[in-house]
Design a binder for this molecule. Structure first.
Ligand code: PHE
Length: 451
């Protein structure tokens, strides 16, 4: 018998609805914007391999744990951790793990929104024909001029934040379930078209080799940490997003199966994005390690050359904005759910305040690319610091603690009860991974970087 609590915020209409929402959370800028550029910065193949191993051995077990904890607690991550700690007669301070997640969510969303805003601006640029026939120099300077303008970034960041808060205010289950249902497959098809274009360039083989032929001499210790951080980031793990979605999951849905499906879809999208982008990078003599602007410098070249490129470009960036939107709502949902539960706020009010705080924080990222570009900490801008702190430290730390809680603190009776539909073997494998493999791997990678 799984847990008997119910959530005051409602429940997904079906297993499929949960898969859609969680995939919507997982698939986003992390796959299409971040994965290619950090793979490029960290030398390609070996980085990709470590990332894939992290997804399988750390990501999937932790995703199962987060979903399970959420479903058993049926509240915002902070309150869920509190009641599960009580249930396990453990230290009540475990609820601070929920807080760690809420803070990470705010920090991530603050820059996520700025980058999603870039995608929004690129919808307009595609339509207005800015990319037609553009060379690599042209797209690079277009991007450079764009991010140099604080006002433009501010405008798009504001627009994106307002849209996020409007969707969240309406409740996660309503509009979202429906929109993800057809936008995700559409994004997938468009990525396939981009891969088709990449195949037509003469650097397709070079792009594939860069992504899939591991050369470990190009992977540093910090690259390994980045690969692990990316596994957490791209799967939305370690901060309560999947936990809060799990809290709306009907009982008796197989958590193992849904986790494998979600992680599989997410990984596929990231790899397709890489396969679409690197051939364009090499065919046009661009630098794979050029950083956060990578997709904005490469894809427009392709849109500028292919027939119907203005249309496909527009469609691609619109879908990217929607993919980002379905991720950003899960970044803020833990905070909103808590404000509603504990502060008695209406959903709308909770959205307004959390959105406002995030928007304000986002100004730091807006200015990182222009006014404050020289204002750095060991050569890192405000944006770089936020990105490192959240993806490489807070999410893996949150995930490590979640694994410890699910594997060691929670009574085995409780986790067995919650995962009773999985079959004995699946449960045993999961329990082994969550106790010995995931937390130890995260700890070793952390120690490796510190020492
Ligand atoms: N997984 C999302 C992406 O890849 C980002 C995200 C991280 C969402 C953490 C929620 C929680 O774009």
């Amino acid at each position: 018998m799984a847990g008997t609590r119910t959530s005051i915020h409602g429940e997904w209409s079906s297993r499929f609805a949960f898969i859609l929402a969680a995939t919507g959370s997982a698939v986003g800028l992390g796959n299409i914007w971040k994965f290619p550029y950090i793979a490029g910065q960290n030398g390609g193949g070996a980085f990709v391999l470590v990332y894939l191993i992290c997804v399988a051995l750390i990501g999937i077990p932790i995703m199962m744990a987060e979903t399970m904890l959420g479903r058993r607690g049926r509240q915002s991550p902070i309150n869920t951790m509190q009641s599960l700690a009580e249930e396990a007669k453990a230290n009540p301070n475990w609820h601070f793990l929920g807080w760690l997640g809420v803070v990470a969510g705010f920090l991530i969303l603050s820059y996520y929104s700025v980058i999603a805003g870039w995608a929004g601006a690129y919808v307009v640029k595609s339509v207005s024909g800015d990319f037609s026939g553009a060379s690599a120099e042209v797209t690079s300077s277009l991007f450079g001029e764009f991010v140099a303008s604080p006002l433009q970034l501010l405008f798009w960041h504001t627009l994106f934040m307002v849209s996020t808060m409007v969707v969240v205010a309406r409740g996660v289950q309503g509009g979202l379930e429906k929109s993800v249902r057809f936008l995700m497959p559409a994004l997938f098809v468009l990525l396939l078209i981009m891969v088709g274009y990449a195949m037509s360039t003469d650097a397709y083989g070079q792009g594939i080799a860069f992504l899939f032929a591991p050369d470990f001499s190009r992977l540093s210790t910090s690259g390994i940490l980045t690969a692990m951080g990316q596994a957490f980031f791209t799967l939305s793990l370690g901060m309560g997003a999947i936990m809060v979605y799990g809290s709306y999951l009907p009982s008796h849905v197989s958590i193992a199966r849904t986790s494998v499906i979600i992680a599989g879809a997410d990984t596929l999208v990231a790899l397709l994005a890489g396969i679409a982008i690197f051939p364009i990078v090499f065919a046009n003599g661009l630098e794979p390690g050029s950083g956060p602007g990578l997709i904005f410098q490469t894809l427009p070249i392709a849109f500028g050359k292919m027939p119907g490129g203005a249309f496909f470009g527009m469609l691609f960036f619109i879908l990217l904005v929607f993919a980002a939107l379905s991720s950003s709502i899960s970044l803020i949902e833990p905070a909103v759910a808590w404000l509603v539960e504990n502060k008695g706020m209406s959903r709308r009010r909770a959205c307004f305040w959390s959105g406002f705080v995030t928007w304000l924080l986002g100004l730091g990222t807006v200015f990182s690319f222009n006014l404050w570009a020289d204002f750095t900490l060991f050569g890192n801008t405000f944006f770089d610091v936020l990105d490192y702190l959240t993806a490489n430290i807070m999410l893996p730390l949150g995930g490590l603690l979640l694994a410890v809680f699910a594997g060691w603190i929670m009574k085995q009776r409780a986790s067995k009860d919650e995962l009773s539909d999985e079959g004995v073997l699946v449960y045993k494998v999961w329990r082994f991974l969550i106790r010995y493999v995931s937390p130890v791997a995260v700890a070793i990678i952390f120690l490796d970087v510190i020492m």
